[in-house]
Design a protein around this ligand. Structure first.
Ligand code: ZN
Length: 175
């Protein structure tokens, strides 16, 4: 089931999310909903707080080739266990900050440990877009958005535009 995505600014997007202690059917259903919501948007990553669930779960699919098979990854309690000194700059966006983009510098490669939906501990290295995406999504679990990595002027400008966008959305709902 597709879920509504929260838009910045929202206090739920600034919260530290809690680790998942049990991987239940409810949790697997949540992961399915997150993937459905992400693909429908469309996006390449989604964190649970973006749909108002303050648990440490992220989903991603950074497969770029149009005709490639979907390559969804669900990570529960993901942790970055190593990162490269070499950095990469990507123009990032976010489903919670639609139509705004900014260049963000992050480690080029990261190693991530997580629990999969079957409760199995996994560890894998990521680079390129996958590395940027997994860092962006883990940031969400710590109440951090990509605009927290950019200059204060640009961040305030985007936040003001998003406040206006949300006011207009609310007004449309009232009509
Ligand atoms: Zn995001």
């Amino acid at each position: 089931m597709k879920r509504p995505i929260l838009y910045h600014p929202d206090p739920r997007l600034k919260k530290l999310c809690v680790p998942v202690s049990d991987i239940t059917d409810e949790m697997r259903l949540l992961a399915d909903d997150m993937l459905e919501t992400m693909y429908a948007a469309p996006g390449i990553g989604l964190a649970a707080p973006q749909i108002g669930v303050l648990s440490r779960i992220i989903v991603m699919d950074c497969e770029k080739e149009e005709d490639a098979d979907p390559n969804p990854i669900v990570m529960i309690n993901p942790e970055i266990t190593a990162q490269s000194e070499e950095t990469n700059v990507y123009e990032e966006g976010c489903l919670s900050i639609p139509e705004h983009y900014a260049e963000v510098t992050r480690p080029k490669e990261v190693e991530v440990a997580w629990i999969d939906v079957n409760g199995v501990a996994r560890k894998q290295g990521f680079d390129g877009l996958w590395a940027t995406c997994v860092q962006h999504e883990i940031d969400h679990l710590n109440g951090k958005l990509f605009i927290d990595h950019i200059g204060v002027m640009k961040r305030q400008l985007i936040t003001r535009k998003m406040q206006k966008f949300k006011r207009e959305l609310a007004r449309k709902k009232d009509d």
